[in-house]
Design a protein around this ligand. Structure first.
Ligand code: NAD
Ligand code: MG
Ligand code: MG
Length: 334
């Protein structure tokens, strides 16, 4: 494994953040974790929220100073944008950009807005990324337990020569340096993230589950059995892969399952699926996907709402709800 682009706490200098105010815009999954971890690391933090935001009391109860977005953007020497990716450009135009002065560091946790040029920061401003490879609650919990979640870092614009050290200090401040901070580019983070969620984690996995479920149900099998075999047990397999990789998972399953896996899997994900993956990747690389997603949002998100509605009607939903009710250990809160 390449190691010259991996950093740890020993490589980061948190004193780079001394005397600076970090403004965290948004207090959702990532926002609350970054704000609280930085505060506990001794960094001066303010949080920027909409006046009517339901997160206001939560942030205030946690001892954080909460300002309106524009006020926070202007107060921060370092401004981390933790708003939904599809909203960032609009909020940048209306509330953030005026507050970003020369010498400030503008940060993101995902490359979308910068890589697809939805936000064009002025020259003279440092632009970087700190992207934890885990959801916010994990970033917070790991920090509280004395550990950290690995982070990707990148520098898009280095106006004064200090950007890499500042970005690294921020990543260490949220706990990333206790695990590993891996340097990359906005382009690579953004394109691989989109590809992973479309082809494998979300798009690929959902359709694989549905196709398997439908195959069994159409062949006359009990939908409850189909649900258990094709959806419910996916977690067991994913947990094994997460903990030990594919070979480790194969070691833990039965020999019968392992033999079936190795002789049948390539027939399910064959040449056609691999060709589709390449096509999906090239739509990401060319900007075609980004263009489509931005247009969808500009048009009010009608297709997104319709597809959500259609998804609710899928037979896995109804049978799944009944079966999950029988398994009280499953946390059904979203
Ligand atoms: P989120 O949806 O959990 O939180 C977004 C926050 O922005 C909320 O506080 C919300 O109230 C606020 N908000 C929404 N619309 C707004 C608007 N128009 N004006 C002002 N505030 C608004 O988002 P998140 O998952 O924390 O994602 C934030 C960033 O972190 C994104 O760039 C995302 O790609 C990145 N990221 C997320 C994860 C993850 O696991 N959730 C992991 C790594 C990176
Ligand atoms: Mg993503
Ligand atoms: Mg089985």
């Amino acid at each position: 494994m390449k190691t010259d682009d991996i950093f740890y706490d020993k490589d980061a200098d948190l004193s780079k953040l001394e005397g600076k105010t970090v403004a965290i815009l948004g207090y959702g999954s990532q926002g609350h974790a970054h704000a609280l971890n930085l505060k506990d690391s001794g960094v001066e933090v303010v949080v920027g929220l909409r006046p009517d935001s339901s997160s206001r009391p939560k942030a205030e109860e946690a001892g954080l100073e909460v300002l309106d977005i524009a006020e926070a953007a202007s107060r921060g020497d370092i401004v981390m944008v933790l708003l939904p990716d599809e909203k960032q450009a609009e909020v940048w135009d209306t509330e953030i950009s005026d507050g970003i002065a020369e010498g400030n560091l503008l940060l993101f946790a995902h490359g979308f807005s910068i890589h697809f040029e939805q936000i064009l920061p002025p020259p003279g401003v440092d632009v970087g990324m700190v992207a934890p490879k885990g959801p916010g609650h994990l970033v917070r919990r790991q920090y509280e337990e004395g550990h950290g979640v690995p982070c990707l870092m990148a520098v898009h614009q280095d106006a004064g020569g200090e950007a890499p050290a500042l970005v690294l200090a921020y990543a260490a401040g949220i706990g990333g340096g206790r695990a590993a901070i891996i340097e990359t580019t906005f382009k690579d983070e953004c394109e691989t993230d989109l590809f992973g969620e479309q082809a494998v984690l979300c798009g690929g996995a959902s359709e694989l589950v549905r196709a398997g479920f439908e195959t069994l149900v159409e062949a006359g099998y009990d939908p409850r059995l189909a649900y258990f075999e094709c959806l419910h047990e996916l977690k067991l397999i994913a947990d094994l892969m997460y903990e030990k990789g594919i070979q480790g998972m194969r070691y833990s399953i039965s020999n019968t399952a392992e033999y079936g896996d190795m002789t049948r899997g390539k027939r399910v994900i064959g040449e056609e699926s691999r060709a589709a993956m390449k096509e999906i990747l090239s739509e990401i690389q060319s900007g075609e996907f980004a263009k489509e997603w931005i247009a969808e949002n500009r048009a009010g998100g009608e297709n997104l709402a319709r597809m959500r509605e259609e998804g609710v009607g899928h037979p896995t939903e109804e049978v799944g709800k009944d079966l999950r009710d029988m398994m009280p250990w499953i946390d059904q809160k979203f």
